[in-house]
Ligand binder design. Structure first.
Ligand code: CXF
Ligand code: ZN
Length: 385
């Protein structure tokens, strides 16, 4: 792009807009007028169009961990339109449709250059509530800093992200649907296809039947798995789970014997693949115990709230099991997510069925209530035009 075009796209102005600000852990979000600074070098400012609520927003919002990072703007599954670009940005221009990425790609670090990793060393998970490049915030209220979440903060009409933490979309992709590819749905599909690489006719057990677990089910079904067992302590999720390809459902509280014994019986000795989508390390152990000797693979997707250490007898590994971790399904987000969007547009991946609720931005607190009640997969929040 010529420098004159890129300067047309540039802005050095602070803008003001509405953002849903969390002032303290677990406190209802308050709609506030915030200042959004101009994008700094290699950053873009995005007009958010739609953002969905993910469980990890709630986990971080409720967290009493210290140091506490508030006031803060949550949200990391989002679609939007580029409003302006910072110095040095050539990849995006004003008007481009984008998805935000909570873990980006600098395309130059050792991990970005390796086909084996999606954990960018420069634009990876940001946990301190600031931007990667200068450890500062782009949001403020009357000059006082308001912190980011995962360097995305999409619960705001406008946000600033690093250009490596956004991916350009084809203009015909429906922004109110494909925002789900920013996190939950991509995480589940990637765990099934890329991390576990599920093969035809295999047996699969999925612990946790939220969006992530059901996305694993969709991925397993598309790979031709013959048995897809869903495990959840909330049987109210079961009816819906069937429509995502789950073939059998188990509530551990209905059984006297340990859950892994139930699964071993159902799979004649253990599943080929087990997925932990709860975020509980006890469940990781159960998943490992539920897969078979020889080649059983357990993939963890959930993020534990407490007790991060996993317990497992070494004999489980001696007998051939593998435990694999993944973040956003192992996808290289900038390169791989557009391919998922193409598949969605070709109707090869169902996404719409994950959207159980739609709300106006002004009603964002209801989305938190819905997800906490457990009857919501994805609630898409629509920003005003
Ligand atoms: C999470 C992954 C773990 C840290 C917070 C963000 N991603 C998506 O929900
Ligand atoms: Zn998420």
């Amino acid at each position: 792009m010529s420098s004159s075009i890129s300067s047309i796209n540039r802005s050095s102005q602070i803008i003001t807009c509405n953002a849903a600000v969390a002032w303290g852990p677990g406190e209802e979000l308050v709609m506030e007028e915030v200042e959004v600074g101009p994008p700094q070098p290699l950053e873009i400012r995005v007009k958010v169009v739609c953002t969905s609520l993910c469980r990890s927003d709630i986990t971080a919002w409720q967290s009493l961990a210290t140091p506490s990072i508030f006031p803060r703007i949550f949200g990391h599954e989002a679609s939007g339109i580029v409003e302006s670009v910072g110095q040095g940005v050539t990849e995006f221009q004003k008007g481009d449709h984008v998805l935000t990425l909570f873990t980006g790609e600098c395309l130059t670090c050792r991990h970005c250059l390796s086909s084996k990793s999606n954990l960018c060393q420069n634009l990876g998970l940001e946990r301190k509530g600031v931007m990667h490049s200068d450890q500062k915030t782009r949001f403020s209220i009357k000059g006082k800093p308001v912190y980011h979440y995962c360097a995305v903060s999409s619960f705001s009409e406008y946000t600033v992200v690093h250009s490596g933490c956004a991916v350009k979309l084809r203009p015909d992709a429906p922004l109110d649907k494909i925002c789900l590819f920013s996190c939950g749905v991509a995480a589940g599909l990637g765990a099934a296809w890329k991390v576990a690489d599920i093969s035809k006719q295999s047996t699969v057990v999925i612990f946790g039947l939220g969006t992530v677990g059901l996305s694993v089910a969709v991925g397993a079904k598309l790979r031709g798995a013959s048995q897809i067992i869903g495990v959840d302590t909330n049987s109210e999720k079961f009816e819906k789970a069937r429509s995502f390809g789950i073939t059998q459902l188990v509530n551990p509280t209905d059984h006297e014997e340990p859950i892994h014994q139930v699964i071993k019986r159902m799979t004649s000795g253990g599943a080929d693949y087990a997925f932990e989508c709860v975020g509980d390390t006890g469940t990781v152990t159960n998943a490992l115990l539920s897969c078979c000797d020889g080649w059983g693979v357990t993939v963890t997707l959930g993020v534990p709230k407490v007790e991060p250490e996993v317990r497992a007898h070494y004999g489980l590994f001696l007998s051939g099991r593998t435990l694999k971790g993944s973040l956003i399904g192992g996808w290289k987000p900038k390169s791989d997510i557009p391919k998922l969007v193409d598949m969605y547009i070709r109707k090869e991946i169902p996404v719409d069925q994950f959207i159980t609720h739609n709300l106006r931005f002004a009603d964002i607190n209801q989305a938190f209530d819905l997800m906490n009640k457990g009857n919501c997969l994805r609630c898409v929040i629509h920003m005003p035009n």
